[in-house]
Design a protein around this ligand. Structure first.
Ligand code: NAP
Length: 317
């Protein structure tokens, strides 16, 4: 199935730049020829045109070859972005869900929008002759990860899963584990009164779960949330990574007394700041993830795993 949103921006830009460079370089000679009447040009005119075509051909920068192995990265995370920039020698396409209006774009090609379930992703893998699929989505993006596992299996494409490890409770932490956002909301609601001042760091789409909770919220998201939302809500628009100093300041300035977080893993400045202040943390545990053959915990391991796939024979994948 053709993918209208596929953005071959870099290949196109390189092609365009090469054309422009060649035309600019040979433009003055060509203009001189063009200014003379056609009848005066004769063989000299024809050979000038041939010379120009030869020069253009010699200057042409090759478009990335189709013979490079093609890797599709399911992204939307900083790890996916880093990985896309760490695979020279591969034709990398990153797929984004399209949740944010101005995403940080990775190196390589980018396509945006859902595939249309397992069927759609399977069709994409086949139609675009993808040689390896990397699921580098967020650990809470359970649907696309399940789809990736099924589609890779159906299309016979090897799958690498990049999942950074979850956080581990440290001495001094006071974590309350919950299964999902609804359970986190219920936990807060049980303490209703409510003078609670809550720092909600579960992202824009997680805010709706707290709409009926009677507490004051500071919610952080990349883009403004949409209703339903808690009626006492202040929003801080920001994109990580966040500094420890910044997290301390937010907690202090807003007199936060509880932090709500998904167990995303990675930089943990907010958890350190909460620990320093003895604040309770409501930690939303990760949804269960299917075990896959090639699951790695870091970008470096993902790079190594992708290389290993192409060193191995098809039967070893
Ligand atoms: P999800 O619930 O697992 O996926 C819902 C649907 O969105 C999928 O079925 C798929 O649509 C589409 N989709 C998701 N990721 C996609 C991708 N990388 N490329 C193309 N389509 C994608 O995902 P989610 O929790 O809404 O997260 C959406 C994206 O945001 C993910 O890519 C994830 O990495 C990123 N993200 C999520 C979180 C989070 O807390 N959930 C946090 C940070 C970043 P089709 O079925 O039509 O293919």
């Amino acid at each position: 199935m053709p993918d209208p949103a596929t953005n071959h921006q870099h290949a196109e830009a390189a092609e365009h730049a090469a054309t422009e460079q060649a035309l600019t370089k040979h433009g003055s000679a060509d203009n001189a020829t063009a200014e003379r009447p056609l009848t005066e040009r004769g063989n000299a005119g024809r050979s000038a045109v041939i010379d120009r075509l030869n020069a253009l051909a010699a200057d042409w920068s090759p478009i990335p070859s189709d013979s490079r192995p093609r890797v599709l990265i399911l992204g939307g995370t900083s790890g996916a972005r880093a990985l896309a920039g760490s695979l020279p020698g591969f034709a990398v396409i990153t797929s984004l869900a399209g949740r944010t209006s101005s995403p940080l774009l990775p190196a390589g090609d980018v396509r945006i929008g859902g595939f249309g379930g397992v069927e759609g992703l399977t069709g994409y893998l086949r139609a675009h002759r993808i040689d390896a699929l990397v699921d580098a989505t967020h650990p809470f993006a359970a649907t696309i990860s399940a789809n990736a596992a099924q589609a890779a299996s159906r299309a016979g494409v090897p799958l690498v899963v990049l999942r950074r490890p979850g956080w581990v409770e440290q001495p001094g932490d006071a974590w309350h584990h919950v299964r999902d956002l609804e359970e986190a909301a219920a936990l807060l609601d049980g303490r209703r009164g409510s003078t609670a001042r809550v720092f909600l760091t579960t992202g824009r789409q997680g805010i709706a779960a707290f709409a009926d909770v009677d507490a004051w919220f500071l919610a952080r998201s990349v883009e403004p949330p949409e209703p339903p939302m808690p009626h006492r809500l202040e929003v801080v628009l920001d994109r990580g990574p966040f500094t420890l100093e910044g997290e301390r300041r937010l907690l202090d300035e807003h007199r936060i007394d509880v932090l709500i977080s998904k167990d995303s893993g990675g930089p943990d400045a907010k958890l350190v700041a909460a620990r320093e202040r003895g604040l309770p943390v409501v930690m939303v545990d990760r949804p269960p993830a299917a075990a896959t053959a090639h699951t790695v915990a870091s970008v470096a391991e993902a790079v190594e795993q992708v290389h290993r796939l192409f060193r191995a024979g098809p039967n070893d994948r």
